[in-house]
Design a binder for this molecule. Structure first.
Ligand SMILES: C[S@@+](CC[C@H](N)C(=O)[O-])C[C@H]1O[C@@H](n2cnc3c(N)ncnc32)[C@H](O)[C@@H]1O
Length: 282
């Protein structure tokens, strides 16, 4: 991991654990799907780029016979992950370790390897996939979670800006992430997708399936609070880079006095899709 990235991750928003909690419903569906693919529950599961270990803990809860190892290169997330493991009473079966996927991981191979939204951060994503394949026991499953559809939280154009506001916000955000994390062209250009990259890494691609995150209106108060923090964070990242009318629209969304803002809207929801690319090794 580049030193600049390490710094960015250390200062990454405190939202990652809450992102993971919001995403528990689709993650659970994806784990059900993976468990159905395996002849028996895996003895070992590896969660690479585990962040605050939300998925590691969920898998341990769903598969009581499995030992789970979460690996991440960012010590702050590992501390958060270790606290979560202990809070949920999973310390006997979930362990979190520091490791850098781009330098190779010193952990035993596992029957199931889960790598969510980490490979696109590597300067050489195919080398990362090769390493993930090495960490997958022969005949085991490697699940790489990348892409899907962007999150939407209000109907249509959100009612606060000119038509196309959300698409323009997304485009500016995408450029921001590419620049800030120096994301490689191979995974941002759209000319190749994960099944092709997996083939290049000598993995046998089995399937790609998307899971919907669908929290309909009315949302629970914690979801509204989460979305307010998320949009405030969006402002911190890209507010000044937006055209003035779009900046004004984004500011309205977090204004508690605005009847069209997130504070007050009764039609607030969460809709997103996440894609799991599944491969095996021989
Ligand atoms: C977008 S977060 C995803 C976290 C979690 N998997 C999830 O889906 O919520 C990416 C994670 O990958 C980790 N990461 C980035 N580069 C890494 C590398 N080279 N080796 C290991 N972890 C890395 C970051 O520290 C961060 O926790």
């Amino acid at each position: 991991m580049r030193a600049e990235d390490a710094q960015l991750w250390e200062h990454a928003n405190q939202l990652l654990e809450r992102d993971g909690e919001l995403e528990l419903p689709w993650t659970q569906q994806a784990f059900d799907w993976l468990l159905r693919h395996l002849a028996q529950p895996p003895a070992r599961m590896l969660d690479v780029g585990c962040g605050p270990a939300v998925a590691s803990c969920l898998f341990a809860q769903m598969s009581p016979a499995t030992q789970v190892t979460g690996v991440d290169a960012t010590p702050a997330f590992l501390r958060q992950g270790a606290a979560r493991v202990s809070r949920l009473g999973l310390s006997d079966r979930v362990h979190v370790l520091e490791g850098d996927l781009s330098e190779g991981l010193d952990v035993p191979a596992a029957d199931l390897v889960w790598a969510a939204r980490v490979v696109h951060h590597l300067s050489d994503p195919v080398a990362g996939l090769v390493e993930l394949g090495r960490l997958t026991s022969p005949g085991g499953l490697l699940a790489v979670i990348e892409g899907g559809l962007p999150i939407r939280v209000l109907p249509g154009g959100y009612g606060v800006g000119r038509p196309g506001f959300m698409s323009r916000l997304e485009a500016v955000l995408s450029d921001h992430f590419i620049d800030a994390y120096d994301l490689p062209e191979r995974v941002t250009s759209g000319t190749e997708d994960w099944p092709l990259l997996m083939a290049e890494a000598s993995l046998e691609h089995l399937a790609s399936r998307s899971f919907l995150l669908d929290l309909p209106a009315p949302v629970e108060p914690w979801v509204r609070a989460y979305l307010l923090d998320k949009f405030a964070h969006l402002w911190d990242m890209v507010g000044p880079k937006l055209d003035p009318p779009d900046a004004e629209a984004l500011a309205r969304l977090t204004d508690p006095t605005d009847s069209l803002g997130i504070h007050q809207r009764l039609d607030l929801f969460v809709l997103a899709a996440h894609t799991v690319h599944l491969a095996t090794t021989h």
